[in-house]
Design a protein. Structure first.
Length: 101
């Protein structure tokens, strides 16, 4: 009879421990996704044969690549700010939005 009582107490204790673990608080999770426009990948401007033949066309291509890179980093900054707004604990600071936004 004593062994049945120990077995019952052991099972009850195990059940309580399982319930206690399931009630523990969890870290907040992001509930949603960043804006869809920020998730689209923009292709890098391709270097054309015309750009290689002309200094002016090559300079225009370089400007396009520079603008493409800046737009990419602005997108990363927007996703960073969105993550912080939605509760993501980031170990760094996000860039501030540009003054015209």
């Amino acid at each position: 009879m004593l062994s049945n009582l120990r077995l019952t107490n052991g099972l009850a204790l195990a059940a309580l421990l399982v319930l206690a673990c399931s009630c523990a608080s969890r870290e907040p999770r992001l509930t949603g996704y960043p804006p869809i426009a920020d998730l689209k990948v923009e292709a890098k401007p391709a270097l054309t044969v015309e750009a290689l033949a002309s200094d002016n066309a090559l300079a225009l291509h370089d400007d396009e690549v520079e603008a493409w890179g800046e737009r990419g980093w602005e997108t990363v900054a927007r996703i960073c700010r969105w993550s912080v707004t939605n509760g993501a604990p980031l170990p760094f600071r996000c860039p501030k939005p540009p003054p015209d936004s």
